[in-house]
Design a protein around this ligand. Structure first.
Ligand code: PFF
Length: 456
């Protein structure tokens, strides 16, 4: 996937080479963006926040804040061509500000580690659901049976630890071996296949008799129910689902050839990611209403609704197994983005080999993940601030660290970097550039600040 023949026009080169094509970059970023955030998290967060109004705020956040942040991250990454910490330090000095901007990279590395600590636990559930689907556990099952299967599994801390361990091992293995080429192929196949399966599920949910109820729930805004807490959740979800605010996209941008349009690549990723999330909502909510479930039931929502649908479908065993395999792949390609900043940093800064770095970071994440493993069983009743340990790590990362990272990234790209540098990366000073600059200098940072200020 990375080659050393990227056109550099005499500029800085990445130590790791460059993407072989624009498509390779788009696939890698899409692989990072499309994951559990779209299919597992979006429906349950939307459900907990009352649907309609939340979804519209989320879409606004994606377009007005997510898009300029993503473009800023890529352009910073490409200009610095190092790991996010070194890049922020280098550009901070080069642009006449300070090397302290490296702290933005450091917050990002930490956010990636914390996010993967619980992401891996949920991805572990997906692995277990592949096996359960293949065994036919959901065939003809009613809602109570599916709930009992979920509760039985997540209630057993040893099983959850085991699946979390397997997922982390898979992630470390790929990062260590650097078999990106294989993963690029996986994404090339995975995203379209996931789309086809989601469309199959959509056909099913349209026929569930409750489709319009689901559509209504998702798109009819009840503004009076929308508090600042939900607006922050929408902003956090926009950051999470696009993988922005923590340097993952910056790390990928470091390998981007000079002649690739940052605007075009960002647009393609944002559209693909948003479509998959909306599609997931259109599948899940009609099923929720058709089965008399609660849209606000939380993290188990997808593991409750989808097996029910698969259980009643002809060929459900095959569809269900395939679906969870694809979801596991989607989670896997996202996990790589979450560790890349930390691994690239250990390699460049401390001279570690990629394998050593992957094992060190992976072990740390595995250990931190035990807090989330126990949140669903042994420590389920331990509640503080936002809820269980899992809830707190999720809240801290999605709702605080990522928006804060995004805020600093847009301020850096919009205010610290000079016009010439950013115009150079974004391909001239035309209308697109002007639009990006207004969003990155004013709308995005002010928007993030208002939401953070009011919600906390
Ligand atoms: N965007 C991923 C998802 O929606 O599942 C999660 C994620 C991956 C967040 C990579 C951040 C990141 F760097």
């Amino acid at each position: 996937m990375l080659s050393n023949q990227g056109r550099n026009g005499g500029k800085r080169k990445s130590l790791h080479g460059h993407w072989s094509s624009r498509m390779a970059f788009i696939l890698a970023v899409t692989g990072s963006a499309v994951g559990l955030g779209n299919i597992w998290k979006f429906p349950y967060i939307a459900g907990q926040n009352g649907g309609g109004a939340f979804v519209l705020v989320y879409l606004l956040c994606v377009v007005l804040i997510g898009m300029p942040v993503m473009m800023s991250e890529i352009l910073i990454g490409r200009r610095g061509r190092r790991n996010p910490i070194a890049t922020m330090e280098l550009l901070g000095k080069e642009e006449g500000s300070s090397g302290h901007w490296r702290w933005v990279g450091l917050i990002g590395v930490l956010a990636g580690i914390l996010i993967l600590s619980y992401y891996s636990v949920i991805a572990g559930w997906v692995l277990v659901y592949i096996v359960k689907s293949a065994q036919g556990a959901f065939v003809g099952a009613d809602s109570d049976t599916v709930s009992a299967i979920f509760a039985g599994f997540t209630g057993n801390w040893l099983s959850v630890t085991f699946s979390h361990t397997v997922f982390m091992a898979l992630t470390v293995f790929v990062v260590a071996r650097g078999v990106e080429r294989g993963l690029e192929q996986a994404v090339r196949f995975m995203v379209p296949a996931l789309l086809v399966l989601m469309l199959t599920l959509l056909a099913y949910s349209i026929n569930s008799g409750h489709f319009m109820e689901g559509v209504d729930f998702m798109f009819t805004p009840a503004w009076d129910k929308l508090g600042w807490g939900s607006v922050l959740a929408a902003l956090g979800q926009a950051f999470f689902t696009l993988s922005i605010g923590m340097g993952a996209i910056m790390a990928y941008g470091a390998y981007l050839p000079e002649d690739t349009s940052i605007m075009g690549a960002s647009g393609a990723v944002v559209v693909a990611d948003t479509c998959i999330a909306i599609l997931a909502g259109l599948v899940i909510f009609p099923l929720v209403f058709a089965n008399g479930l609660d849209p606000a039931e939380g993290a188990g929502l997808v593991f409750h609704t989808l097996p029910l649908a698969f259980g009643k479908m002809a060929g459900g065993v095959i569809f269900s197994t395939l679906f969870f395999i694809l979801l596991a792949f989607a989670a896997w390609t996202s996990a790589l983005g979450l560790v890349e900043p930390a691994v690239a940093w250990l390699v460049e800064q401390f001279g570690r080999t990629r394998s050593q770095a992957a094992v060190i970071v992976g072990s740390l994440i595995w250990l931190a993940g035990m807090g989330s493993v126990l949140s669903f069983n042994v420590l389920a009743d331990v509640s503080f601030l936002a809820g269980t340990i899992f809830d707190n790590v999720d809240y801290l990362t999605s709702n605080i660290m990522l928006p804060l990272g995004g805020l600093l990234i847009t301020i850096f790209a919009g205010w610290v970097m000079c016009r010439n540098s950013t115009a150079d990366e974004l391909g001239g000073a035309g209308t697109t550039y002007k639009m990006w600059r207004v969003l990155a200098r004013f709308l995005a940072p002010i928007g993030i600040l208002i939401v953070l200020f009011n919600a906390i």
